[in-house]
Design a protein around this ligand. Structure first.
Ligand SMILES: Nc1ncnc2c1ncn2[C@@H]1O[C@H](COP(=O)(O)OP(=O)(O)OP(=O)(O)O)[C@@H](O)[C@H]1O
Length: 610
C-alpha cells in the first residue's frame, strides 16, 4: 500500500512539475461538465411545476432566463477551460516525447541493444499512444470531481423521493440495490477491461518492435536497393503478414472482450432504467408526485447511476494507469552506472596520457561467447598504433571498451594508473575522437555535423574539412557550412556520397581535438587518391595525439610505431611492421602476404588467385 501511495504521489508531483496549469484546467473543466446537466433538469422541473400551478409569465420568463443564462455561463467557462486543458495536453505529449528522447540518450550504451529494455520502452510507448500517461492523473482527478459532484447533485435532487409515503420500503431498497449493482458491474467490467488491455500489450509489444523494424526496412533508401535487386519483396511481405496476423488476432480478442463488457453494462443500465420508470410510475399513480418532479427524478436518477458507474470506472482505469506509471517510472529510473565515477581527468598540456588494458575480457550483454579474451597492453603515449586482424577478431570491441561504451566483464582498464570507472564519464569520453566504421551523420547543416553542436566555429570547421580532404567539395556546397545534409528535414538538402560522408566524419573527429584519435577503417569508402592523402597527412593530422588506427589495408599500417594483431579476441602479436614480418609463421605475416599478392604481379603469377 505504501509503495502505491509513494508511486502515485511521485507521479502527481511529476505532473505538477511538468504543468500545474494543465492540472487545474482539467479539474475545473470537469467540474463544469458535472454541473451543466443539472441546470436544465432543475429549472425545467420548476417551469413545468410553475405552469401546472398557473404561475404568471414573469416567473416563467425568469426561470427561462436563469436556465439559459446559467447554462451559457457554465458552458462558456467549461469550453475555455477545456481549450486550455487540450492545449496543455498536447504540450505535455510533446514534453513526454522529449523526456523519452532525453532518457534514450542517457541510457547506458549497453542497454540500447538490450531486448528487455527495448520491450519496456516499446510497451510504454504503445500504452501512451492509447491514452495512458502521466496526465491521466489530472484526468482521474477531474473524473473524481466530476462524478462526485454529479452524484452529490443527483442525490440532492433525488433525496426528496425518500420522503415517507412516496415510495414503498421495497421500492427504496430496490433503488439502493440498483445503485450498488451499477457500481459492482462497473468495477468488474473495468477490471476485466484492464486485464484485456494488459494482455494485449504484453502479447504485442514484441511484434510491434519487429513491425516497426520491418517498416523501416521497406521504406528506407539503403535497404530499398537490396530489396529490389535481390527480390526480397515476397519474404518481407510474408514477415509483415505474420506480425500483422498476431497483432490482429490479439486485437480481435481484446475488442471482443471489450464489446462483451460494453454489452453487459448496457444491459444492466437499461434494465435499471426500466426499473426506475416502473418505480416512478407506481409512485405517480399513487398520486404523490407532480409532473415536473417525475421528469426531474427520472433524469437525476439516471445521472446518479451514470455518476456511480463513471466513478467506479475512473477508479478502475486509474489502477490500470497506475500499473502503466510504474513501468514508466521504472524505465526512467534505470540508472546509468557509467556516471558513478567522479574523479576529474587530469588536464595535461602535453596530452601525455597513458592507457593500460590489464587482463581484460569482455562478453557483450546477453551473449555467452567472449569477444575479447585476456587482453593486456599499454599504449606508448603519443605514438601511432595500428590494430589489425581478421573479421570478428575483436578490434572494434577493443575500441568500444577503450572509450567506455562498455565496461570490461573481467579485468580493468587504467588511465594514468587509475581504473577508468573512477573518472567522471563525460570528462573521460572527452579524451576520445572516434570515427567508427558505422559512424552516423545527421540531417543537420554541414557545419553542425562537423562541430556536433549548434555553435559553429566556422574557420576551424573549414580547416578540419580541408584536412579531411573535403576542401574542394566544400567550395561546391550551395550554402557552404550552412548547407543542409540529406533530405530528411529539408527538401533542398544535399545528398553526399559514402566517401564524402566518411571525410566529414573524420573532420568531426578532428574538430573535437581530443588527445586520442581513433579511426576504425577510416578509408574504407575513400577513393585511392583520397586514401593516399589520408595516409600521407596522417602524422600531420594526428599531430602529437595518441592515434589508433584500425585497418584491413596493411600497407597503411607501416607508418605506425606499433601494430597490435588481434585473433579470436586476443592480441597474438605486437611490434613494428618489419619486426612482425620477421615472424614468418605469425598472423601478421600471413595477413600481409595474403594481401600483398594482389598488388604484386610476380606473386600473382606464382600463386594465381582461383
Ligand atoms: N553488439 C554486439 N553484440 C553481440 N556480439 C557482438 C556485438 N558486436 C560485435 N559482436 C561480436 O563480437 C565479436 C568481435 O566483433 P568486432 O566488431 O570487435 O570485430 P572486428 O575485429 O572489429 O571485426 P571487423 O573487422 O569485421 O570489423 C564478433 O564475433 C561479433 O559477432
Amino acid at each position: 500500500m505504501k509503495e502505491r501511495w509513494d508511486l502515485n504521489r511521485r507521479a502527481v508531483r511529476l505532473l505538477c512539475h511538468l504543468d500545474r496549469k494543465y492540472f487545474l484546467c482539467t479539474l475545473f473543466s470537469s467540474l463544469t461538465t458535472a454541473i451543466a446537466p443539472y441546470i436544465p433538469i432543475y429549472f425545467s422541473a420548476k417551469i413545468i411545476d410553475a405552469l401546472t400551478a398557473g404561475a404568471g409569465g414573469k416567473t416563467l420568463a425568469l426561470y427561462a432566463a436563469l436556465t439559459v443564462g446559467l447554462a451559457a455561463l457554465v458552458g462558456l467557462a467549461g469550453a475555455l477551460l477545456k481549450m486550455h486543458a487540450d492545449v496543455g495536453e498536447a504540450e505535455l505529449d510533446r514534453l513526454v516525447d522529449w523526456k523519452h528522447a532525453e532518457k534514450a540518450m542517457d541510457l547506458p550504451y549497453a542497454l540500447i541493444e538490450d531486448r528487455k529494455t527495448a520491450l519496456l520502452r516499446e510497451r510504454i510507448e504503445m500504452e501512451t499512444q492509447t491514452g495512458y500517461n502521466v496526465y491521466y492523473y489530472a484526468v482521474t482527478a477531474g473524473g473524481l470531481v466530476r462524478y462526485a459532484v454529479q452524484i452529490a447533485a443527483a442525490v440532492l435532487l433525488t433525496f426528496s423521493l425518500f420522503r415517507p409515503g412516496l415510495l414503498s420500503a421495497g421500492a427504496k431498497l430496490a433503488l439502493l440495490a440498483g445503485i450498488v449493482l451499477t457500481a459492482v458491474v462497473s468495477v468488474l467490467t473495468g477490471r476485466r477491461y484492464g486485464r484485456l488491455r494488459s494482455e494485449f500489450f504484453a502479447g504485442c509489444v514484441d511484434d510491434n518492435i519487429c513491425g516497426e523494424k520491418l517498416y523501416d526496412y521497406t521504406s528506407n533508401d539503403s535497404s530499398g536497393k537490396d530489396i529490389r535487386l535481390y527480390g526480397m519483396r515476397a519474404a518481407l511481405l510474408q514477415k509483415e503478414r505474420d506480425f500483422n496476423e498476431n497483432f490482429c488476432r490479439r486485437e480481435r480478442t481484446m475488442n471482443f472482450g471489450v464489446a462483451w463488457m460494453g454489452l453487459l453494462s448496457n444491459f444492466v443500465t437499461y434494465a435499471l432504467q426500466f426499473g426506475v420508470y416502473l418505480l416512478l410510475i407506481a409512485a405517480a399513480l399513487r398520486g404523490g408526485l407532480s409532473v415536473g418532479s417525475i421528469a426531474r427524478y427520472v433524469s437525476s436518477i439516471m445521472l446518479l447511476l451514470a455518476g456511480v458507474s463513471g466513478l467506479a470506472r475512473t477508479i478502475r482505469i486509474s489502477v490500470t494507469n497506475e500499473e502503466y506509471m510504474k513501468r514508466y517510472l521504472d524505465y526512467f529510473d534505470i540508472p546509468n552506472p557509467m556516471y558513478q565515477g567522479s574523479l576529474s581527468v587530469e588536464k595535461r598540456d602535453d596530452d601525455r596520457y597513458e592507457v593500460e588494458f590489464r587482463d581484460v575480457s569482455f562478453r557483450y550483454p546477453n551473449t555467452e561467447a567472449y569477444a575479447l579474451r585476456h587482453v593486456s597492453m599499454k599504449f606508448r603515449i603519443g605514438e601511432k598504433l595500428a590494430v589489425v586482424g581478421r573479421n570478428g577478431s575483436g578490434k572494434t570491441t577493443f575500441i568500444k571498451l577503450l572509450c567506455r561504451l562498455y565496461d570490461p566483464t573481467e579485468g580493468e582498464i587504467l588511465l594514468n594508473g587509475v581504473d577508468i570507472r573512477k573518472y567522471d564519464y563525460a570528462e573521460y569520453q572527452a579524451l576520445f575522437s572516434v570515427v567508427f566504421q558505422d559512424f552516423r551523420l545527421f540531417a543537420f547543416s554541414l557545419g553542425q555535423n562537423v562541430t556536433a553542436g549548434a555553435d559553429v566555429d566556422r574557420a576551424r570547421a573549414e580547416v578540419c574539412l580541408r584536412e579531411a580532404g573535403l576542401g574542394e567539395r566544400l567550395l561546391r556546397m550551395p550554402d557552404g557550412l550552412d548547407t543542409m545534409l540529406y533530405r530528411d528535414f529539408d527538401p533542398h538538402g544535399v545528398v553526399i556520397s559514402g566517401g564524402e560522408a566518411q571525410k566529414i566524419a573524420i573532420a568531426r573527429a578532428l574538430y573535437k581535438n581530443a588527445p586520442f584519435l581513433v579511426l576504425d577503417e577510416p578509408t574504407a569508402a575513400l577513393d585511392p587518391v583520397s586514401e593516399y592523402e589520408v595516409y600521407r597527412k596522417f602524422n600531420a593530422i594526428s599531430g602529437g595525439k595518441t592515434a589508433l588506427y584500425i585497418s584491413h589495408r596493411l600497407a597503411s599500417c607501416r607508418f605506425c610505431d606499433e601494430i597490435l594483431v588481434f585473433s579470436a579476441g586476443s592480441i597474438v602479436q605486437h611490434g613494428a611492421h618489419e619486426a612482425l614480418l620477421q615472424e614468418k609463421n605469425g598472423e601478421y605475416a600471413r595477413l600481409w602476404h595474403a594481401q600483398a599478392q594482389y598488388y604484386d604481379d610476380s606473386l600473382q603469377k606464382k600463386n594465381p588467385v582461383k
